[in-house]
Design a protein around this ligand. Structure first.
Ligand code: PLP
Ligand code: LYS
Length: 476
């Protein structure tokens, strides 16, 4: 275990080594356009603005921390995916970030929606999203969620196991309805991403294995089931992927399966869903492709593989989540403390503590995800100092931005903004340390619209049965 010594002064020369990829900026106030949503800029006095509102104006209305969605950016990305993938079905992956307003934006921009839990399905239905344009995912769907999907007319159910096929056979018979189904398969693809977010390889919980034979068995079973319409197969190889090679292998293996199914049954399946996982830029190190480039590559890949198997190109779909919601979101935090810490070898590291942390963004702790940040409430003339932005939780790993150059004069009361925060941060938030989860707001043309309210301490205390007993609760 390493011991850290707190240096006496926050002005101590901070010399901790920067990782190789992180270049010391010549202008610490500069915004790397690739990381920020479209309307982000620096206004008078260098204040960061989003959607025509300054960071201070936003925080005055919402408090901090707050997640800010740039509505025009979000809608623009959704539309660019729909247009780039014209002829395909584009499902926005709700798990990356969902609320009723976002479901309506997605609907208005003409995309479909992928939901993967009872809660996400409820939000979509309550928001008035057309059920026929919904896909339901999940490796352990309850009878309750399957019933809701079957009775509300959800367009497709992506089946994940043979148990689920049995459950669907029972429920469709019981309810007197039919189920339109895709089978999720594992393709054996080793996606080049963090192990926890790779899902195509064999040893994980999702889908039915192609190489193990379960996929074909499940497909044939669905085919013979009286109330199940098997329309296609689904593969999702993982997340935050930059290289199309994994999709190429997945397309080849899934289309081979389609041709084997054709041999077994004489029927050609009409749909292939290649899932999501398209990477975004969290830091200057990340170089994502545009939706248009991805669409062109994936179209070529599928056409080539179809030719190889003598298949017509099926109806194709993709499920981008992060690529739409991620870059549209910015997290804003208030700085509480700044300290320089001796880290050995004559180095010190500057720790900037803010009023959020791993409870609102678990990704750095969970996947060692890298982020970036800037001082948001003013510009600074001070020199760039390598800093670590950390949260307020009781964990050494409560890091939000591991390495970033921030102005040397950053101080308590300043605001820090973290770009590319729209996906899998607020949606994966927890109440660790009894911390209420931050609100989410949309900004557009100088107007702020609440999307998700700030959770309050009262909300949390109301769940504590020792403080707020519920009269209908059964005593055990
Ligand atoms: C089945 C499925 N589709 C789509 C997605 C969306 O992934 P991303 O947000 O990385 O595009 C996920 C999450 O990884 C997923 O599990
Ligand atoms: N939640 C993950 C990705 C997995 C998404 C669900 N399949 C992330 O933040 O990158």
């Amino acid at each position: 275990m390493t011991h850290m010594h707190v240096a006496g002064s926050i002005h101590a020369d901070v010399t901790s080594p920067a990782p190789q990829w992180l270049v010391k900026p010549t202008d610490v106030n500069a915004l790397d356009r690739r990381l920020w949503s479209d309307t982000v800029d620096r206004g008078a006095g260098g204040v960061l603005t989003i959607g025509g509102l300054t960071a201070e104006q936003i925080v005055e209305q919402t408090g901090s921390p707050v997640y800010v969605i740039d509505e025009l950016d979000f809608r623009g990305r959704a539309l660019s995916w729909r247009e780039a993938f014209a002829g395909w079905k584009v499902y926005y992956a709700a798990k990356s970030f969902l609320c009723a307003t976002v479901a309506r934006w997605i609907s208005e921009e003409g995309l479909n929606l992928d939901v993967s839990s009872h809660g996400e399905l409820m939000v979509a239905l309550r928001a008035g999203f057309d059920p026929a344009r919904l896909a339901l995912h999940g490796n352990n769907k309850s009878d309750e969620v399957l019933r809701l999907a079957l009775t509300s007319g959800v367009g497709r159910i992506v089946v994940d196991s043979s148990d689920e096929i049995g459950r669907l056979e029972r429920l469709t018979a019981e309810l007197g309805v039919r189920a339109s189904v895709l089978i999720r398969v594992t393709t054996g693809v080793e996606a080049h991403t963090h192990t926890y977010i790779a899902t195509g390889h064999e040893d994980q919980k999702f889908g039915l294995s192609i190489t193990g034979g379960q996929a074909l068995v499940g497909m044939v079973r669905c085919f013979h089931s009286p109330n199940i319409d098997l329309v296609g197969i689904h593969s999702h190889i993982g997340s935050q992927i930059f290289d199309t090679h994994g999709f190429e292998v997945a397309a080849r293996r899934t289309l081979k399966l389609v041709s084997q199914f054709r041999e077994a049954t004489g029927v050609t399946l009409s749909e292939l869903d290649l899932g999501g996982g398209f990477g975004i830029a969290y830091t200057a190190e990340d170089t994502p492709a545009t939706a248009a480039d991805l669409a062109a590559s994936l179209k070529d890949i599928v056409a080539h593989e179809c030719r190889g198997f003598g298949l017509d190109v099926p109806q194709l779909s993709v499920e981008p989540g992060r690529a739409i919601s991620g870059p549209a979101g910015t997290a804003i935090y208030r700085v509480g403390t700044v300290k320089a810490v001796e880290i050995g070898g004559g180095h010190t590291r500057r720790y900037v503590s803010v009023d959020g942390g791993m409870s609102d963004n678990i990704r750095p702790a969970l996947y060692a995800a890298e982020y970036s940040a800037v001082l948001a409430n003013r510009a600074s003339d001070a020199r760039p100092v390598l800093s670590r932005v950390v949260g307020l939780h009781c964990e050494g790993g409560d890091i939000l931005v591991r390495d970033v150059f921030l102005p040397g004069d950053i101080r308590p009361g300043d605001l820090v903004a973290v770009p590319a925060s729209g996906a899998y941060s607020r949606s994966m938030a927890s109440n660790y340390n009894y911390t209420p989860r931050p609100p989410v707001v949309a900004v557009r043309d100088g107007t702020l619209t609440p999307l998700i309210h700030r959770e309050t301490l009262d909300d949390l205390l109301a769940l504590d049965a020792g403080l707020s007993p519920r009269h209908d609760e059964v005593e055990r």
